[in-house]
Design a protein around this ligand. Structure first.
Ligand code: ADP
Ligand code: MG
Length: 705
């Protein structure tokens, strides 16, 4: 059987096939990631300028961006005596008034470009109403009257992302030419022709649809979007500014559908090849475990456990994401899930992002599971064997009452080291990954292929905004613990400047004297030469010791040896250390309920989600807790971000704000791979489109390409 010939779209032609793109321009375009005609057509404008109505220079008002059109009547470079600072200045005249354009750090090419007599479009804004009227660093475009003039004036024009040597005007011209030549070749994608998409180009009088006609999609809510070809034109040359947004949505929908198709077919393929191990268990360990736990599961925890049990007994291996804000009690859920697998005679593994956290889990689980004779092993980079505290004997004798099968089963806890070199647990039934956002998606995949498709439970405290949940984690089922265990003291958060630090330390002394403990967090391990303003633990440690004389202060950061880290944490847990000076290393999972104060300096250097994580280390006991964010940040945006933390403890609200402010890469951490490459889709804003795309693909079933 011969495979069908691959149809190559005309849009795949190299951009150099366009008139006006020679070797040099092709090289410049490549810098913008533009190699083909399609790349050029999908090069999203970074903003638009309404040039339908120009203002005269006389009409300009302070702080209102506007485009004027003027001829240069004077120009010159100014040098300043001190240093190498230069300024280029030129004066535009449009017959109504004069406007100065100013560029600090003048470029050498400027005097040759801005010459007297040339006419320019000038876009910028007045800072004040002082004379002379001045635009600082305006954007300009040389007016060269010619045949393509209508591309650049008397319409809304796009301003694309540029690179040095490529002007807005040139790029706009190229996009225009590409549209003229290729617009009719821009095909509707297959999905929009499917009956399930219900896309109908609206036809007038039985005639073929004209490009400006809108298409309706059979979506909820019913969506009116332009045909793709039309959207591509509209994104560059909209008739109204609102059209550009409509066009963006259409192009974004195409992206989200393609993404959902990928996600859903990956999941389907997975379900086709994998067979689930029966791991639902029979409660004989769970019952006594819950009885000795010391608290009753919250309704939310119990619900999640029901979902997990159904998965573990289902036909396909579990692929579940468990979201629960810091302190919501995910560990107890993990323990129960592990017990189900152990009851069923399978091994389980729990993977944590840091050694500290792996060790903490190990202590907890060993304490919990020991009484039932379940072997708990620890495997981290620095600690290879399972012979941890107290489990040594048992490890030898582990005739575990759980095993129906001849070999004993165990829970292995470790860091990612667990899943790299040669780790190969036989009969691995369940893999639990704690604090998923520290691992990449790719890592998640390689990891579970280790075994014979074990069940997978991924736990995260980063409340994942719905948009990301449906894209990045779209192939996982999602459970949410949306309820905090009762009996917790409230957390109060305050933002303060460094000026107030002495008072803050007085406050910490007072709390410590009252029997509580504190964290003091800094962004850096060591002071960097490049930025001396960012405080570092190694330097501040002494200051904190001085400020808290009479108490024991511990130090924790990534460059301390594991054994020492472990010792410090144990001492802090036992209240032999009252204050812990640390980097964000403690951000995940550390659980010391008696610690009720957290001071974070240079708070502006942390992401919102990260600060929320850090803050989650307190408020774990019955006492009231206090988080003090210290920052001298002047930037209003930085202040606004910290204010959000003062105002809310709701992780979802914070994550959504963070996604808006900093984008998904930052929210999920640097290591996060697998973020979709979207030109038009916006993961912070497009929940509705994402939902529609998901729904469309889900309804379609098999999806032709
Ligand atoms: P996280 O979800 O951040 O991992 P943990 O699992 O560490 O939270 O739980 C935080 C604290 O709450 C722990 O001390 C744990 O023992 C306690 N806890 C968990 N579930 C409950 C519950 N249902 N009732 C009371 N305390 C609970
Ligand atoms: Mg946890």
């Amino acid at each position: 059987m011969s495979s069908p010939e691959k149809i190559v779209s005309p849009l795949a032609a190299p951009v150099s096939s366009l008139w006006g793109v020679g070797e040099e321009r092709a090289r410049l375009l490549a810098r913008l990631g533009i190699f083909t005609v399609e790349d050029l057509l999908l090069h999203k404008p970074r903003r638009y300028e309404d040039r339908r109505k120009f203002l005269s220079i006389r009409e300009l008002k302070p702080a209102e961006p506007a485009t004027v059109r003027g001829t240069i009547i004077a120009a010159g470079m100014k040098r300043f005596k001190k240093g190498t600072r230069t300024m280029f200045e030129c004066v535009f005249d449009d017959g109504t008034a004069r406007l100065h354009g100013r560029w600090w750090q003048a470029q050498p090419w400027m005097p040759d470009w801005f010459t007297v007599g040339r006419e320019f479009l000038v876009f910028g804004k007045l800072e004040d109403d002082k004379k002379p009227r001045t635009f600082t660093h305006p954007e300009t475009e040389l007016v060269e009257p010619g045949e393509d003039e209508f591309v650049h004036v008397n319409r809304i024009v796009p301003v694309h992302p540029l690179t040095e040597g490529l002007t807005a005007r040139v790029l706009r011209t190229l996009v225009w030419r590409a549209l003229e030549k290729f617009e009719t070749q821009i095909a509707e994608p297959d999905w929009s022709k499917l009956p399930v998409a219900g896309c109908r180009l609206q036809v007038e009088n039985g005639k073929a649809p004209r490009p400006e006609k809108l298409a309706t999609f059979n979506l909820q809510p019913s969506t009116l979007l332009p045909a793709r070809a039309n959207a591509v034109r509209m994104i560059h040359f909209p008739e109204e500014l609102t059209d550009a947004e409509i066009a963006r949505q259409r192009l974004a929908l195409d992206e989200f559908v393609a993404l959902q198709f990928q996600i859903q077919s990956r999941r389907k393929k997975f379900e086709a090849v994998s067979k689930a191990l029966p791991c639902a268990g029979d409660n004989r360990l769970m019952k006594p475990f819950l009885a000795q736990l010391g608290f009753k599961l919250t309704a939310a925890q119990a619900n999640v456990l029901r979902e997990i049990r159904a998965d573990l007994g289902g036909a396909h291996p579990m692929r579940r994401l468990l979201q629960g804000d810091v302190g919501s009690g995910k560990t107890a859920v993990a323990a129960c899930a592990a017990l189900m697998a152990l009851e069923a005679g399978y091994n389980a593994a729990l993977m944590a992002p840091t050694e500290i956290l792996a060790e903490q889990h190990f202590w907890n689980f060993a304490k919990w599971f020991e009484p039932f004779g379940v072997k708990v092993e620890l495997q981290t980079g620095s600690r290879k064997s399972g012979a941890g505290r107290g489990t040594g004997d048992m490890a030898q004798t582990s005739v575990s009452p759980v095993t129906r099968h001849s070999s004993p089963v165990s829970l292995t806890i470790g860091t990612h080291a667990l899943f790299t070199a040669g780790f190969d647990l036989p009969k691995l039934g369940l893999v639990i990954i704690d604090e998923q956002h520290k691992f990449g998606v790719a890592q998640r995949e390689t990891l579970v292929r280790k075994g014979n498709y074990p069940h997978l439970l991924v736990m995260t405290a980063t409340p994942i905004p719905r948009t990301l949940g449906l894209t990045l984690y779209g192939d996982l089922d999602v459970s949410v613990i949306d309820e905090m265990p009762g009996g917790r003291g409230a957390i109060k958060t305050f933002v303060r400047t460094t000026e107030k630090l002495p008072k803050v330390f007085d406050f910490i002394r007072e709390k410590i004297s009252g029997g509580r403990q504190a964290y003091v967090v800094y962004p850096r391990v060591e002071v960097a030469d490049t930025d001396k303003d960012i405080k570092a633990v190694t330097k501040e440690f002494e200051n904190v010791q001085k400020a808290l004389t009479g108490f024991n202060v511990g130090l924790l950061h990534g460059r301390i040896k594991p054994a020492e880290k472990e010792k410090t944490m144990a001492e802090f847990r036992a209240n032999k250390i009252q204050a812990l000076v640390a980097t964000s290393l403690i951000e995940v999972g550390v659980d010391v309920p008696n610690a009720t104060v957290m001071l974070i300096e240079n708070a502006e250097h942390f992401g919102l989600a990260q600060l929320h994580q850090l803050r989650g280390r307190i408020g774990r006991g019955a006492h009231e807790s206090f988080c003090i964010l210290v920052s001298d940040a002047q930037h209003p945006e930085a202040q606004a971000r910290l204010k959000i933390l003062e105002e809310t403890n709701d992780g979802f609200k914070i994550a959504e704000a963070d996604l808006r402010l900093r984008g998904p890469g930052e929210l999920l951490g640097q290591q996060q791979s697998g973020l979709p490459n979207l030109r038009f889709g916006n993961l912070a804003e497009d929940l509705n489109l994402i939902r529609q795309a998901r729904e469309l693909v889900a309804r379609q079933g098999e999806f032709p390409r």
